[in-house]
Design a protein. Structure first.
Length: 337
């Protein structure tokens, strides 16, 4: 578990791991980044309360660096990746181990069920759980068990990780997708089991959500630079939206100045269709139950799509370089979970 500034979530995340019923020895390794909210002190307290908890340092705070440090410090043949902003459902690990054995897969994952504690966070959660919000990847709500492109978190065979290599430490976002690409390329299956469920707590404010999605989109652009069309086509929808918005704005300005005629109005259609789609989602059951819920949905969906798409275009054109997700800290250029 990579950990950074998760004081409000860490104890419950660790408890849901330790509550898993597993026949055999278990340990949980926390890779501690340089937190500033008391998370490190809380982790040290948890480690004194249960000797199954091991602590390793992750001073760079990069997720793949922390994950690799935790994996190297662990001692068992199965690796269960967990997250400090998540909670495992009862029976998750036992079910995952059975699925791993039954399918002979290299990695098994389940559904990421986003939830929220505030009206804004719940709006983000609804977007995460919607095909409109995050594009319909299997672990965002798929119902059919089977082979998958990637896995949320993941329960992996250590032997497979040793064969293909651990997480690529040069990739700060999307490192799980890249690892699963190597697992599949080595001839192993990545398996989605919808009976596996993990609760995920999204970002708690608009500016943190925007920064998270901008950084994530930038790294997806970098992954497209590296791996081309081995990336799913759904990743190209947000940048296409951004380009459509830019084109529509340019056409609108030219029409207002009289430089072009009304025939060019057809170029406004994609943006108009998107606006109507977001309105339909917000007004419908997917937008929540009250006016405040629906207004937050109207704000959240375009924020996610436009921030991610803008980041993608930047990453595709310039590369990600040292782009980091600063959404866990205000104004500090530090890689964050």
């Amino acid at each position: 578990m990579p950990v950074l500034n998760e004081h409000d979530y860490l104890r419950r995340a660790v408890e849901t791991v330790l509550e898993q019923q597993v026949y055999g020895p278990v340990e949980i390794v926390l890779a501690l980044g340089p937190s500033s909210d008391g998370t490190t002190e809380l982790a040290q307290q948890l480690a004194t309360e249960d000797d199954r908890i091991l602590l390793v340092d992750n001073p760079a705070a990069d997720i793949p660096v922390g994950l690799n440090a935790a994996i190297r410090a662990s001692s068992h043949p199965t690796i269960v990746r967990v997250d400090a902003h998540s909670e495992l459902a009862p029976g998750y690990t036992e079910r995952a181990l059975r699925t791993l054995e039954r399918t002979r897969a290299g990695n098994v994952g389940g559904v990421m069920r986003a939830d929220g504690r505030s009206p804004f966070q719940r709006a983000v959660a609804r977007a995460y759980n919607s095909r409109i919000g995050l594009g319909g990847g299997a672990y965002h709500g798929g119902a059919q068990e089977g082979e998958a492109e990637s896995a949320y978190l993941g329960v992996m065979r250590r032997a497979v990780l040793d064969e293909v290599g651990l997480f690529d430490e040069s990739i700060r976002r999307g490192e799980d997708w890249e690892l699963n690409l190597r697992i599949r390329s080595a001839g192993y299956r990545v398996w989605f089991d919808p009976a596996l469920s993990v609760t995920y707590w999204p970002r708690e404010s608009w500016h943190r959500l925007a920064r998270q999605f901008l950084a994530t989109g930038t790294w997806r652009g970098e992954l497209v630079r590296r791996y081309g069309l081995r990336n799913s086509l759904r990743f190209f929808a947000p940048p296409a939206l951004v380009l459509s918005v830019i084109l529509s704005l340019v056409v609108g300005i030219l029409q207002l100045t009289g430089a072009i005629g009304p025939v060019w109005s057809i170029l406004h259609v994609p943006v108009l269709a998107y606006v109507l789609l977001v309105l339909a989602v917000a007004i419908g059951p997917g937008g929540g139950s009250g006016l405040r819920d629906k207004l937050w949905t109207l704000a959240v969906l375009p924020t996610m799509h436009l921030a991610w798409g803008t980041g993608f275009l930047g990453g595709l054109l310039r590369g990600a370089h040292d782009t980091v997700d600063t959404s866990r800290l205000a104004g500090r250029n530090t890689p964050l979970p």
